[in-house]
Design a protein around this ligand. Structure first.
Ligand code: PMP
Length: 293
């Protein structure tokens, strides 16, 4: 992710990743008390570098911190400028950008009184492996919203995703799909889910899921493209009678699903609504305007 020349942003300074350090007595390290974002920069059709939905990501970061009482004294506009500067200083155009808000040394369970922010980036071009995903229903549930602020993209919460991913890989699958505490489908370990049935697309409502920015973008695209969409709770059985399904997230973009457990989705991916949305999304991130055709 970095070499001895890589520059990161740390609390207002641009500094070498290899010489930056943090305190070993921080709450973030000990309790996973931190919040982060995953953002992507694309080279657009005009040749400029654009950070996709930068404002939305930094607003979510702010909300993630507020929900778990981590002070957020940063100016999002300055942070977005800092992201562009990090890209420029590292000579990157297609990149993944990782802001992380973390807390100073404190070995008690009191909320932090101040926080730090780092912004790292690493080169990440177009993902070429377009293989359809084989997904398994995880034995792990998403955390109970009464036990955690699940809409906060906070570091500690990701142990749940690591456990689910490990289980899926160990069983030979590509991804894990997790249910909520009431047995409805929630989301994958690092992506939201949609399915298609009779030409209409469905996705779980907010409440037990991370409010994905890609999910919101796809909802926007459905409206623009007149694709009927409904946010509703559904079960694994509903999903196993779907025509097609796909995951979406900043990293995954729109990724078609081949199967869920033993069930294979019958519709050819290239003929599915998900495929149309995948193309529209790819156009949107590089600011190509042909998606309405
Ligand atoms: N759900 C989870 C659990 C995630 O980690 C992610 C990735 N941030 C998503 C959904 C998708 O969110 P986004 O589209 O904002 O990347």
């Amino acid at each position: 992710y970095y070499n001895h020349q890589t520059i990161i942003y740390l609390d207002g300074e641009f500094t070498k990743a290899s010489s930056a350090s943090t305190d070993l007595y921080g709450q973030s390290l000990h309790y996973g008390y931190a919040a982060f974002e995953g953002i992507r920069a694309y080279k657009t059709v005009s040749g400029d570098v654009r950070i996709f939905k930068a404002h939305e990501h930094f607003e979510r970061l702010k909300r993630s911190c507020e929900l778990i009482h981590i002070p957020y004294k940063f100016d999002n506009k300055e942070l977005i400028d800092a992201c562009y500067k990090v890209l420029e200083m590292n000579g990157m155009d297609e990149a993944y950008i990782r802001p992380l808000v973390f807390c100073p040394p404190l070995m008690t369970l009191k909320p932090a009184e101040t926080s730090s922010i780092l912004i790292a980036a690493w080169g990440w071009g177009a993902y070429l492996g377009e293989d359809l995903l084989r997904v398994m229903t995880s034995s792990f549930e998403r955390p109970n919203p009464k036990a955690f602020m699940i809409e906060s993209k906070s570091s500690g919460l990701y142990i749940n995703s690591i456990l689910a991913t490990q289980e899926a890989k160990e069983k030979g699958f590509d991804e894990a799909l997790l249910l909520d505490i009431n047995g409805f489908v929630a989301e994958a370990s690092g992506a939201n889910i949609f399915y298609e049935k009779d030409g209409k697309v469905y996705t779980p409502p907010l409440g037990h899921i991370l409010p994905g920015i890609t999910r919101a973008t796809l909802i926007e695209l459905c409206n623009e493209l007149n694709i009927p969409l409904e946010e509703k709770k559904f079960t694994i059985n509903d999903l196993k009678s779907a025509d097609a399904a796909f995951l979406c997230g900043t990293a995954a973009e729109v990724a078609g699903m081949k199967s869920l457990d033993e069930y294979e989705f019958p519709k050819t991916w290239e003929r599915s609504v998900g495929y149309r949305l995948q193309q529209a999304y790819k156009n949107r991130v590089v600011e190509r305007s042909s998606e309405l055709v």
